[in-house]
Design a protein. Sequence first.
Length: 474
Amino acid sequence: LFIDGELTDAISGETFDVEDPATGQVIGQMALGAAADINRAVAAARRTFDAGDWWKKKYNERQEILWRWSDLIERDIEFLAELEVRDNGMPLALARGMIASGLSAIRYNAGIVSKIYGHTAEISGGGLDIHAYTIKEPAGVAGLITPWNGPFASAATKSSSALAAGCSVVLKPAENTPLSAIRMAELAFEAGVPKGVFNVVPGYGHIAGQALVEHPDVDVVHFTGSTAIGKQLVRTVAEDLKRVHLELGGKSPVFVFNDANIDEVIPAAAMGIFRNSGQVCFAGSRLYVQDRVFDQVVAGISEFAKGIKVGNGFDPASQMGPLVSAKQRERVLGYIEAGRSEGAQVTAGGTSIDGSGYFVHPTVFADTSADMTIMREEIFGPVIGISRFNGLDDLAALGNATTYGLGAGVYTGSVSTAHKAAKALKAGNIWVNSYGFTDKSLPFGGYKQSGWGREGGFEGIDAFLEQKTVYVKL
Ligand code: NAP
């Protein structure tokens, strides 16, 4: 654990295994944080927040420290990327990109530090002479909870937003992937973030995570994970109404119109689902294709899937790594079985790969229908379902027939169609003629059960700020 500026064992002395999903081998032991350790970490965060150890520093000093932190991450990018491959299994090139994405979040948020301010307003009534203004203040102690699919990028985005706002932080990373979070906090400390301001407590979600959400000294909970756990968390915070931000699951639709450039669509739509083994919240898992190009797209994506080199993330030839755990592989295989039994046709993959590690072939189902389980539920694996659609007439009905609303894609040669589709789709992120590009300067988040609030961009800081209005009679 990393609490109050030091690496420390859990109070219980217990540890848990850290596994390499490409081999199934245990590669290390991590201290197993529990409620008592969360108490220690929250106490450190509370103490530093109440004393103003971080937020009372002048903005230029905080900004310089965040920049220094990002420079240390850049210095160690290879090491951090390797940790991510060992922990999560993703290909090394993707891991480098994920670290770079976290790094850019820190630099973007360092810039925001100097741009957090309120405003003044004219007063219309009351007969008094009033000068009024607003102030933005850090919300306090932020409890951050992250998933395992992009461990470093998620933790870096959350923690740098919280720190930029002036909060003190306790981070609970996913139990499957705790390694990079610990190193990230050590580097923040080395860069000058005061001790106790950034604490990391790996442990089980239902114990350490739950304790963090319940803790009365935590002011804000910022969560990325499944919709099911997000709902549970909301029920927990109903007790004390602490603020909560949710980045949840998705079942994102992608539409290919007859006039799209099919040569570009095939690799882009395929990697829109197969990148990171489909373990991406906005993965384009439902593909709708217009009639004239349907057969060509199904054949092209199936061929592409068969050609993907699946292997250990450290093999430079690997384009897709394993799933994160044996449990996740079983879950994905269960969905593949459901697809078959409900009548969808497998045109590529459909099986796991024998041997050690948790590998599954990229899998394509054609002629799927909206009522099939694989077209309704988030699989979080390398599985795509392909259906037909007629055009703008049924795009919204098909695309929006989901409880989620995280991402959506449109491939078309028509500017008009692209804008009409973007307007019709109920999702927080729409991609046109590409899929999945994100930038930390822009807000990211979901409609409906894909979440509450936005992460990234200027909006991302709001989750960690309180706003106060001051009325002064002159
Ligand atoms: P998860 O099971 O919901 O877990 C997410 C985090 O919550 C983990 O750290 C987990 O700890 C913790 N947790 C579990 N139970 C908890 C509880 N009762 N109280 C507090 N924390 C608890 O999700 P996951 O399987 O790790 O990640 C996959 C999901 O995340 C997918 O649904 C995906 O779409 C979503 N996701 C969303 C975004 C987004 O930006 N919208 C981005 C990435 C992923 P343990 O690891 O110990 O269980």
